[in-house]
Design a protein around this ligand. Structure first.
Ligand SMILES: NC(=O)c1ccc[n+]([C@@H]2O[C@H](COP(=O)([O-])OP(=O)(O)OC[C@H]3O[C@@H](n4cnc5c(N)ncnc54)[C@H](O)[C@@H]3O)[C@@H](O)[C@H]2O)c1
Length: 342
């Protein structure tokens, strides 16, 4: 096990790479730990969690709501959980978001550890302290910013991850490469998803590189005043089509990244010329790169985006692969060009 520590204003977060779930015993005693996980992760990996007290939730985004949080709180009360107890979220982003939220509000904050089990939660959701739940159709509408003491990476969880979830996670990996790391982008071009899935050393190094990219961004800009906004690359168009077409998040972000690349090419002073290279890489990792949609409806959703400021919308665009910048784009320009961008 190797520890990389990252300093936030609230606390230091230890990323424990190449760890085994059994290492949890050195971090927290079984008597003073409650695991929150979902039924899928528990079904595949229950032997790892033997001897722990466990709260299981129904898998999927539909569970990420306040009612499910209230049920968890009832169970914590039944289990007589005190301030010295660790809550450990073991699962994908739904579980890590919910465990983080519960740990931050129960008794005004108990100790938190995360064990991400999807690619997406390893490289993205478990990092940065954002947590919360959806309210109806509004994603992540309620939540807090609360850092875990540690994030434990046990790559054996990935052995049971369905391929569609690998693909979803790679949308965020490609996003990190586009906004911050041209070398990572070239490395992804050399390999395929199949190569990576079969090579545990490659998986470990890829996850660690992506953790470092996101941690660098969120430790320098914890409260999203500057660079943290770059993580929204692909998410503006992505969110608009995700809800309209009920797409998996990674698919929506992939199409959103293509739109952001096309927009970057259209904005002359950026001199971006690599949209096709990004399209090729996304397609190589089995992600969709276009969609038939109702442009008027997409524009109507865009108009309500929280990144809009009167006549402008702030978009994360690329100067080059590995170099992103947030730019104000006028709503009129977006409306006139939406067909050629999306
Ligand atoms: N907090 C943040 O900064 C942040 C960032 C990105 C995404 N998110 C959130 O993350 C969530 C998406 O995360 P996700 O894609 O991990 O989804 P998820 O948690 O729903 O997991 C996807 C599916 O994989 C299953 N699963 C998880 N681990 C498994 C394993 N090892 N083996 C077999 N099956 C497994 C789950 O049961 C689920 O069915 C969204 O709610 C999103 O809002 C949060």
């Amino acid at each position: 096990m190797r520890n990389s520590a990252y300093t936030f204003s609230q606390k230091k977060v230890n990323c424990l790479f190449d760890a085994s779930f059994a290492d949890l015993a050195d971090l927290c005693s079984k008597e003073k730990t409650i695991i929150i996980t979902d039924e899928n992760v528990y079904g595949y990996h229950k032997q790892k969690m033997e001897g722990f007290r466990i709260i299981k939730i129904t898998p999927g985004e539909k569970t990420k709501n306040q009612k499910a949080i209230d049920n968890i709180i009832d169970k914590l009360l039944e289990l007589e959980v005190d301030k010295q107890t660790y809550i450990i979220g073991v699962g994908g982003g739904v579980v890590t978001d919910m465990a983080g939220y519960v740990a931050s509000i129960f008794k005004r904050g108990v100790k938190l550890g995360l064990v991400p089990t999807t690619i997406l939660s390893m490289v993205d959701a478990a990092i940065g302290g954002k947590n919360g739940v959806d309210v109806g159709v509004y994603k992540n509408m309620v939540g807090t910013l609360y850092q875990p003491d540690f994030i434990l990476y046990d790559y054996t969880f990935l052995q049971t991850l369905p391929v569609k979830e690998w693909i979803n996670g790679f949308a965020e990996i490609i996003k990190h490469a586009c906004i911050k790391d041209a070398l990572l982008f070239s490395m992804l071009e050399r390999y395929s998803l199949h190569d990576i899935q079969r090579d545990s050393t490659l998986i470990a190094s890829l996850v660690e590189q992506n953790v470092a990219i996101k941690m660098d961004i969120v430790t320098t800009d914890e409260y999203e005043k500057a660079d943290r906004k770059l993580l929204n690359f692909g998410h503006t168009f992505g969110h608009a089509i995700e809800n309209l077409h009920l797409l998996p998040h990674g698919h929506a972000v992939s199409i959103g990244m293509v739109a952001a690349c096309n927009l970057s090419e259209k904005i002359n002073n950026l001199h971006f010329e690599d949209a096709q290279r990004v399209v090729k890489l996304l397609a190589k990792y089995h992600l969709p790169v276009d969609i038939e949609t109702d442009y008027r409806k997409v524009f109507d959703v865009l108009k309500l985006d929280k990144k809009r400021e009167n006549e402008h919308m702030h978009f994360v665009l690329l100067n080059r692969i590995g170099d992103a910048e947030a730019k104000p784009i006028t709503m009129t320009f977006l409306q006139e060009n939406i067909k050629s961008i999306l």
